[in-house]
Design a protein around this ligand. Sequence first.
Ligand SMILES: Cc1cc2nc3c(=O)[nH]c(=O)nc-3n(C[C@H](O)[C@H](O)[C@H](O)COP(=O)(O)OP(=O)(O)OC[C@H]3O[C@@H](n4cnc5c(N)ncnc54)[C@H](O)[C@@H]3O)c2cc1C
Length: 477
Amino acid sequence: MGKIYNVGIIGGGISGVVIALQLAKYGIDTVLFEQEKSVVNGPPFCHLHAGGNLYPDISDDQCKVLMKQSIDMARLFPQSIDERPTFISIPKSEKYEVDKIEKRLEMLVEYYKKLIDEDPSNEILGAPKDYYKIYTKEDLIALTEQPIVKRPNSSDEWMSNAIKLIDHEKLKTPVIIVQEYGWNLFRLGAQAQLALKKSEKCNLKINTNVTNIKDVRNQNLDYNWEICTKDTLYKVNYLVNSCGFKTGTFDESLHLNSERLIEFKAAYVSKWKPIPGLIPEFVFHGERGTPHGMVQLTPYCDNYYQIHGMTKDITLFENGLVQSKGNEAQPEFNDDINQKLYCGWEESEIKTRTKNAIEFVAEFVPTFKSATVGGPPLYGAQQIPGDDLSLRVGEVSFPSKSYARSEIIKASSALTVANQILHKIQEEEIIPSIHTEFNQNLLLDSISKNEIDKLACELAVQRGYPEALSRLVIERK
Ligand SMILES: Cc1cc2nc3c(=O)[nH]c(=O)nc-3n(C[C@H](O)[C@H](O)[C@H](O)COP(=O)(O)OP(=O)(O)OC[C@H]3O[C@@H](n4cnc5c(N)ncnc54)[C@H](O)[C@@H]3O)c2cc1C
């Protein structure tokens, strides 16, 4: 008789790997399936949403959840966090009010203090008093007189470097620097994969597509599910579906009715001239989906920059958002989007969309006009449970016994979901009750920076991106 695993996880995106790592930490036998060559190979991420400041419209509660979850993830994967702050601004043409953002930031500082009171190790965004700083027009004019600093150390130095490049006449004042950091997906993927390969408790199956699952819960066997791949059948007691935007496929095979949206989006890689001092991430708010949607410029090493532009010519796509219909739990994209998802992009579209993105940034950073295409886009589809497109915190659901469905919207929710599943499998007595404690995962901690550097670089190159995208702008000591 083949081995029976406590838990089978389908999908090795950030959600699946964090679940597998948490279970391995407590010695729970797990098998994790990922159809691609390496883990964390789905839709990209670059921003640690430690406060939800990229979203002027979301509730205070969602902002607090994003902050808490981001801190948890940053503590787990410090080697993937790029400690450069974010410049937040509202163009004069936009409806958002700076006042409202400021009030929310004050609320977030209080919440951050509370998290630090609960556990001093939560202080990963710097001192609460420095979480954000606002700059009036007069402050900005004064800063333009300051020298450029090669590697800034304070909000003033970051702002001083930024404001020399930005056409601030186009922006409402004040503008803000906030400690929302960068998040490197290649480094996180590398560390997770190395740790899982080292684990005696997790059987990591990459290059392995799950073709079918069989529900044998009523057959009085020693296990509940059969997971089928091309040539092998795996027996498990508890099933976790973390297939990202394909989550509905297995829901359908289980005849479970569930509603979801799936959305295809892309960010563009550009290369610019060398500039004398590091800059923060730039965010110019705007209404999503309109021709003046948000612009986000994310700095990487060696003069590479990633660009999001929340318009249909850049990050969003005509028919890029689809919803499940009737009894179908899995929404389907049209041929054009499927072509990009599964077969790659036409060279001409890469050029056109990256150029659109560069021009969009140049509206606020005029000299950025000289940037050129720096590599293929980072793209993918993500899921949103239910039908609310503005939701930013999706989590886990337990539609039936021995079955969990992870549907995270932001990568930062992965640890929360993993802990909820850990709790559930104890409640369902799949494993005996365990004493859980926070953070530290010795498996992850046993992976050295050199190992992460090496594999992260290999992953970037293997996926067709410049190796510079695997490094941190603010190199960790
Ligand atoms: C353009 C863009 C930018 C984004 N930026 C950010 C950001 O800055 N910050 C942030 O927090 N979030 C960001 N997100 C969201 C983030 O990418 C997602 O929340 C996150 O990647 C979801 O992780 P996941 O593990 O749930 O799904 P996925 O990463 O999609 O993982 C699912 C995995 O399941 C595998 N799989 C599916 N079916 C099978 C099968 N049958 N057998 C085996 N394997 C299978 C897939 O290959 C895939 O690897 C962004 C998303 C996009 C599209």
